[in-house]
Structures are given as structure tokens and as C-alpha cells.
Design a protein around this ligand. Structure first.
Ligand SMILES: [Zn+2]
Length: 318
């Protein structure tokens, strides 16, 4: 069982109490980079969460960062309505999600970092930090999101990753970074580490978009956690590819560096908004196959233990 606590939108909670964790999810999104794919209604999103909860999802890590329609009041409403703990994120995405002229391109790294630390330690800004003087929400963020481009980190992304690495060093919070098609992994880790982040607090998302077990074992050997989220994304590859990948990375000795999420980042992926596969997919379609491949105990390490450890902060929480 994981020690310490996690910070949910309704307050701290023992890390050993989370159950199955969807380690990378989205419940409310409104991004300029995803026009037409907004999903912004807390009631509809709560229905999606209840559908996932009925299948066995215990906790959701909501990884929508600053600037993509992150709404802490809506996340609190969803968690209160469903009884499902929600860990929210601070941090910044890759350039594709910010229009030219957005403040993320102009502000000093210290200010970018300070906004993350404020979200994590005092309360999240209610509306993407667009009017900084607005009163903060009661909910704190419990994790940090980052992002980079395809096979490279742009100069602006590098500044944001430096801010993210510094904020992780200051707070101990875990960082999950969007790797475009699973690329630029080592470069992302290098930037975060040089800004002070511990590699043990770094996880890389979408790595299974590039399902190469040799590369994954090499990254995991640095102490970095790999988060897979193409489960149910049949347009990329069948789930058997992800199962094969998990088996290979586990066989290389890195079972404890694996986490799973669904990353339903667009409206069309949510059943409650009329699409699919929806939150129920992880536990109904994928988990039974994972258990058959790995056995119950090792499957539970990926679904329960590893994400609890990764998102945990020391102590009981204030
Ligand atoms: Zn995502």
C-alpha cells in the first residue's frame, strides 16, 4: 500500500485509499487546439464518471492544465456528485494548445512557476489564470501537467518545462508530460531534471503511441514512470499491442514504472456526450485481459499501487 497522501479537489486523502486509479483523464476541456471537441458540462461529465465508477474506477486524475478550460469549481461539483475522488492538475501543455500572443509565451519562467506553485499550495485559479487578480478556488491541484512537440521541445515549451520542473522541486508534486506520439522522452526528462525535478517524480504520457519496449525499458531505467493511454484507441492499434508492450516492459524489470489512463481528451470519446469508448472501457474491456496476462497481483500494481505511489506526497496532508 502506498504511503503518504494525495491532494484531491475535495482535500487530502490517504494514498492507500484510492482503489483503481485512472492516471490520466479529462472531465472538462475547452481548448483552442481542440475546437468542436469541447466538453464543459459538469452534470454530463458526472454521468460519465458514474458510469466508470460502476465498473470499478476508484479515483480519477484530471490532467487538464492551465489554458485548456480547467474549471476547479466544476471538478469539485463532479467529485461531490459522484463520490469519486478527483486529483486536478496545474501546469502547461504543448504549444499547439495556446494561440499566438497567449501570456504563456511572454511571462518569465519564475512567474510561470509561481502560478503552478500557487495552484498546488493555496488554491487553483478559477479560470486558467486569465485574470490573475480573481480569487482562488478552494481546491488545490495535486499534480502537474507538461507537454512537448513531436520529436522536439520548442523554445517556449522548454521555458514552461523549466517552470514545471522548478515547481515540482519546490512542492514534490508529480509531473505527467504529454509526449507527442511518444517522442522526445529523454529530452523532456533532461529539461525537467536540470530544473530540479526528481526523475522519480516524472511520468511520461502517451508512450504507447510508440510501443517500442526497448526504448521504454531504457526510459524506465532512469527512474521515470511510463503512462499508457491508447487503451481503447483502436484507430491507433489494437489493445493487444498495449498488452504485449506491458508484458515486455514488465519482463525487463519495470512493472513498477507503469500506469494506465484513458485520456478521454475530446468530446467524442465520452459516452455521456454521445461517443465512446468512455470511462467504462478500462475496467470492462482492458483490465480483464491485463489480469489474464499478468495475474491479479501484478495487474493491481499497475492499476492501484503504482499511480498511488506516483501521485502521493509525504505525510498525512494538511
Ligand atoms: Zn491528456
Amino acid at each position: 500500500m502506498a504511503d503518504g497522501h494525495v491532494v484531491t479537489v475535495l482535500g487530502p486523502r490517504p494514498a492507500g485509499s484510492l482503489g483503481v486509479v485512472d492516471a490520466h483523464e479529462h472531465l472538462l476541456v475547452d481548448s483552442p487546439g481542440l475546437r468542436g471537441q469541447e466538453f464543459t458540462d459538469p452534470d454530463t461529465s458526472a454521468a460519465e464518471v458514474l458510469d466508470g465508477k460502476a465498473t470499478g474506477i476508484g479515483t480519477i486524475v484530471e490532467m487538464t492544465p492551465i489554458g485548456l478550460g480547467r474549471r476547479p469549481a466544476g471538478l469539485r461539483a463532479i467529485s461531490e456528485a459522484t463520490g469519486v475522488p478527483v486529483i486536478a492538475a496545474s501546469g502547461y501543455h504543448r504549444d499547439a494548445h495556446y494561440p499566438a500572443g497567449h501570456w504563456v509565451y511572454g511571462l518569465p519562467v519564475e512567474v510561470l512557476a509561481d502560478r503552478i506553485v500557487t495552484d498546488l499550495t493555496i488554491g487553483m485559479h478559477p479560470a486558467d489564470w486569465d485574470e490573475p487578480s480573481r480569487p482562488l478556488d478552494a481546491a488545490r491541484a495535486g499534480a502537474i501537467k507538461g507537454g512537448a512537440s513531436y520529436h522536439h521541445v520548442s523554445p517556449a515549451e522548454r521555458r514552461r518545462l523549466e517552470a514545471i520542473g522548478g515547481a515540482s522541486a519546490a512542492t514534490g508534486a508529480g509531473v505527467l508530460v504529454h509526449c507527442e506520439v511518444g517522442t522526445a522522452a529523454h529530452e523532456i526528462v533532461d529539461v525537467l531534471a536540470s530544473a530540479g525535478a526528481s526523475v522519480e517524480r516524472i511520468a511520461l504520457a502517451h508512450m504507447d503511441r510508440n510501443p517500442d519496449p526497448e526504448i521504454h525499458a531504457e526510459i524506465a531505467a532512469r527512474g521515470v514512470t511510463l503512462e499508457y493511454d491508447t487503451v481503447g484507441r483502436t484507430k491507433y492499434h489494437p489493445d493487444s499491442v498495449v498488452l504485449d508492450l506491458i508484458e515486455a516492459v514488465a519482463a525487463a524489470g519495470h512493472l513498477d514504472r507503469l500506469m494506465l489512463g484513458l485520456d478521454l481528451g475530446t468530446r467524442e470519446l465520452h459516452r455521456a456526450y454521445g461517443g465512446g469508448p468512455g470511462l467504462r472501457y478500462l475496467m470492462t474491456a482492458f483490465a480483464p485481459r491485463l489480469r489474464r496476462r499478468l495475474g491479479e497481483a501484478d495487474a493491481a500494481r499497475i492499476l492501484v499501487t503504482n499511480p498511488a505511489r506516483f501521485y502521493a506526497l509525504p505525510g498525512p496532508g494538511a
